[in-house]
Write a protein that binds this ligand. Structure first.
Ligand code: M6R
Length: 613
């Protein structure tokens, strides 16, 4: 979602804020702004722009913004309340400009609070819920910003990550958190406050994560944290972040997405390193070590996730049921959280989230815990909220994923789920020999993905034929049905072409009516147990004039006789083919989007972490 970077210290704040914002731009990029305290004139100078951060750089120069301020807040926005305009961009100021606020999240009762403020004569300039916070804090301000924030936040409902400064307090920076991550970075004589530590990790690796309902009062000498609920001072442990958060760079690639697609062999090696016991035919997952006994007695699994993580979970469902014989249900986190899910004593809940910050997934996790379930999580971002709120879990170790369209996280999620399925399977019905076969198959995936990436030019040629299409269908069966769903999502997200994924056999129940010569249909049809069946589905499409793009393995006769395009992927264990088959679909979406002139790293209306409902 949006990103926050704030600074208090002895150095000029502006360059630090701008650099941090650039690191967070992928989290929200429809507008951005900074606010710095000018102690000479006792004012908060703000500069805002619509669009990307580089525009902000220029505008700051044009505005002649004070360069010597060592206290400032900044924000990159993904609009929720009000269009992406300069007025709606953050920071928002209270009347008279005394208090400035940047905010991630949504204030659910902002309308009620706004009504009170309007009745008291406050004039609003923006359509945002954030402006309400600035005026509301100002209403309680009696010379102590920390006190005013503690008082004001008591009555706010919803989610917030906040950074707040006051014109009259040159040595105070306030942060707060409820449902939206915030952390402090501790330097020498300087403190950073951010929603995402990747913005400050080049300055310090000493991190203190705020917890829900924390308000932190920071000055140049240190900080204190108090609870909104009872004002008690609380202590939060400082963590030394060792590695895994190196600053992501595009290198020679034109986009982060393409770089991340090509990073998959390495990401999968990192993901499986030390986790495969090839001789025992088993997996060893440190995050689950303490739960091994408990895992032995589970008799049902619910996996809950959103978007791409949901499709990876669908593959996980097939793998766990097949190898471990445990019934699995996969449910959208946004639905799970508002149902009344039945969770038995031996039900295990697994949440899957690349960012570890997705609001719906976090809420589903909380609901599952409320009902007494043990919750494991599969996350990429180390130390993320979902990872920390779980009883155990497995990190992807796929490296930072910056492209909004998830690629390497998807394949790594499938691989982690395959490791869990193997482990659960070996506790139950998989023999030693079967375990060895599967462990070796998982181990071979990075090399197979490497081979698959060599298809890039072929895929580009196909993209050239279809980038002007207005609709696409993606079909797959069994393990590759989720691959079709994910392929369609990828295309939608970055090309803005309408695309739908379907289980191939299902199209005769309706969607086949859409087929004509203008409809490209991507069919994922490796040579597996259902190959003959999907060949018949593909024939039905061809017979109606559809253009067939088939992703298959070698020896794929007879589909090569009537397909318009064939993409030959290397053969893998059928259950693990989703990892391989999804790669050409990522490339297809990427090339089509680039050919259409879209910014694939920052697709319209999207954000990397969806921290709102
Ligand atoms: O961080 P998460 O895995 O929880 O995110 C879930 C979805 O928002 C995410 O997968 C989204 O669908 C991506 N943009 C897919 O490319």
């Amino acid at each position: 979602m949006c990103g926050i970077v704030a600074y208090i210290g002895s150095k000029p704040a502006l360059p630090i804020l701008m650099k941090g914002l650039k690191r967070l731009e992928y989290r929200g990029y429809d507008s951005a702004g900074i606010g710095v305290l000018n102690s000479d004139s006792a004012s908060i100078e703000t500069v805002k722009v619509v669009g990307e951060i580089r525009g902000l750089d220029n505008k700051i120069k044009e505005a002649g913004t004070t360069q010597n301020s060592s206290l400032g807040i900044s924000h990159t926005r993904w609009a929720t309340h009000g269009e992406p305009t300069e007025t709606n961009a953050h920071p928002h100021l209270s009347v008279g400009g005394k208090i400035a606020v940047v905010h991630n999240g949504i204030i659910e009762n902002y309308a009620a609070i706004k009504k009170i403020l309007l009745s008291e004569g406050v004039e609003f300039v923006s359509e945002t819920d954030t402006e309400v916070i600035a005026h509301w804090v100002s209403r309680f301000y009696k010379g102590d910003l920390g006190e005013a924030v503690l008082e004001a936040l008591k009555s706010l409902e919803g989610a917030f990550g906040l950074a707040i400064i006051c014109r009259d307090e040159p040595d105070t920076l306030i942060g707060a958190r409820r449902g939206s991550p915030m952390a402090l970075g501790l330097g020498d004589d300087e403190i950073f406050l951010t929603s995402d530590i990747s913005a400050v990790i080049e300055h310090t690796r000493k991190i203190v994560y705020l917890e829900d309902n924390d308000v932190v009062k920071v000055n140049r000498a240190g900080f204190t944290i108090q609870s909104i609920e009872n004002r008690r001072t609380v202590s939060r442990e400082m963590q030394q972040i060792e590695s895994g958060l190196e600053i992501a760079q595009k290198g020679d690639f034109p986009h982060f997405m393409l770089k991340e697609i090509f990073e998959q062999p390495e990401a999968l090696r990192n993901c499986t390193r030390g986790r495969l016991l090839l001789g025992d035919g088993n997996a060893k997952l440190a995050g689950l070590d303490s739960s091994l006994r408990e895992l032995r007695s589970i008799d049902r699994i619910i996996i809950t996730a959103c978007g791409t993580s949901y499709y990876a979970s669908m593959v996980g469902e097939y793998l766990i049921e097949e190898w471990a014989g445990i019934p699995v249900e996969v449910e959208y986190a946004s639905e799970f959280r508002y149902r009344n899910p039945i969770i038995g004593t031996n039900t295990l809940v697994i949440t899957v989230s690349q960012s570890g910050e997705t609001a719906d997934t976090l809420a589903a996790l909380k609901e599952a815990k409320q009902k007494g379930a043990t919750v494991l999580s599969i996350c990429n971002v180390v130390g993320s909220t979902i990872a920390r709120a779980s009883d155990g879990g497995v990190y992807l170790h796929a490296g930072a994923e910056i492209g909004v369209a998830s690629t390497k996280a998807f394949t790594a999620q499938v691989v982690v789920l395959s490791l869990i399925a193997l482990l659960l399977g070996r506790q139950r019905r998989l023999s030693h020999a079967q375990g060895i076969e599967i462990a070796n198959a998982i181990n071979s995936l990075p090399n197979l993905v490497e081979q698959t990436l060599k298809l890039n030019d072929e895929v580009l040629a196909i993209a050239n034929c279809y980038y002007n299409s207005t609709n696409f269908l993606y079909l797959g069966r069994h393990y590759n049905y989720p691959v079709a769903m994910e392929g369609a999502l990828k295309l939608k997200e970055i090309s803005y072409i309408h695309a739908e994924g379907y289980p191939a056999a299902e199209i005769k129940h309706g969607p086949i009516a859409l087929i004509d010569e203008n409809m490209p249909v991507v069919v994922v049809a490796p040579k597996d147990a259902l190959f003959d069946k999907i060949v018949s589905n593909a024939r039905a499409i061809k017979a109606r004039g559809g253009k067939l793009i088939v992703v298959t393995t070698s020896d794929c006769s007879p589909i090569d006789e009537f397909a318009d395009h064939i993409i030959h992927i290397p053969a893998a264990n059928p259950a693990l083919t989703p990892v391989i088959a999804s790669v050409p679909l990522q490339l297809l979406a990427y090339h089509i989007a680039v050919l259409r002139g879209n910014d694939v790293d920052m697709p319209r209306n999207l954000t990397k972490s969806v921290m709102v409902e």
